[in-house]
Design a protein around this ligand. Structure first.
Ligand code: IPE
Ligand code: IPE
Ligand code: MG
Length: 232
């Protein structure tokens, strides 16, 4: 039986960092780290199902990650391609809803259509929603939202209207953010949405992230007192 947490995040967001260092430390090319990182994603989806998390969002590729070498970027794309194709049945069997945030335009066409098709096939599942942030930047999300608002001709808007134009419009705000690899920054992840998220930094490189690390983080969340500016 899985440990029953008194309180779990409804929406968990993960900044998966440290793939490159994980590989370099072992004398391997960086893309081996990304490959192992994919296995960590698979494991983490199972932990979410096991502990009853409803939404989990993985930061997979940022708007700034285009600064990396073509070789590394192509490697990440082909891993993504084989990951989604391979897991076709698996996600359907597990009844996991797949979603993405970010601007897919610069992605290879085949990858885009696999992903869009996948979103369509899993849209009615509601047990767990997995969102991949791809070519995602918090600033870019806001700028695209503002441009949509301008196109609609609004003169002024409410916070609710702005939230409706963000890529995350169908997601609740993240309750808990885990970043691996020891870095303590948001690196342009859901900036607006994370106004009141609880942050957690683990020293573990993402490919090594396992159930022990996952439950350790959730135990920290269990003890956090959220006040949203009020008094508890
Ligand atoms: C995170 O691992 C994965 C992506 C950003 C795509 P990194 O590739 O950033 O690994 P480090 O930080 O260089 O170790
Ligand atoms: C953040 O990791 C982006 C993703 C996990 C996709 P980075 O490795 O790109 O972040 P920085 O450059 O260390 O801030
Ligand atoms: Mg990194």
């Amino acid at each position: 039986m899985a440990y029953k947490f008194k309180k779990i995040p409804n929406h968990l967001a993960i900044i998966m960092d440290g793939n490159g260092r994980w590989a370099t430390k072992r004398g391997l090319p960086r893309n081996y780290g990304h490959k192992e990182g994919v296995n960590a994603v698979e494991r983490t989806i199972n932990y979410c199902l096991k502990y009853g998390i409803k939404y989990c969002t993985f930061f997979a590729f940022s708007t700034e990650n285009w600064k990396r070498s073509k070789e590394e970027i192509d490697g990440i794309f082909s891993l993504l391609r084989s990951y989604i194709t391979k897991n076709d049945d698996l996600f359907l069997k597990k009844e996991v809803k797949i979603n993405y945030i970010g601007e897919l335009t610069p992605f290879p066409d085949d990858l885009k259509s696999i992903l869009v098709n996948y979103v369509k096939k899993t849209k009615d599942f509601d047990k767990l929603t997995i969102t991949f942030a791809l070519n995602y930047g918090g600033r870019d999300d806001l700028v695209r939202a503002v441009n949509k608002i301008i196109e609609k001709g609004y003169k002024n808007i409410t916070e609710q209207q702005l939230l409706q134009e963000l890529d995350t419009k169908d997601l609740p705000e993240p309750d808990f953010v885990i970043r691996t690899s020891g870095e303590q920054r948001l690196s342009n992840f859901m900036l607006y949405q994370m106004a009141y998220s609880e942050l957690y930094f683990s020293k573990v490189y993402w490919p090594s992230f396992n159930e022990k690390h996952f439950t350790k983080a959730l135990k920290v969340y269990e003890k956090r007192k959220r006040r949203y500016g009020g008094l508890s």
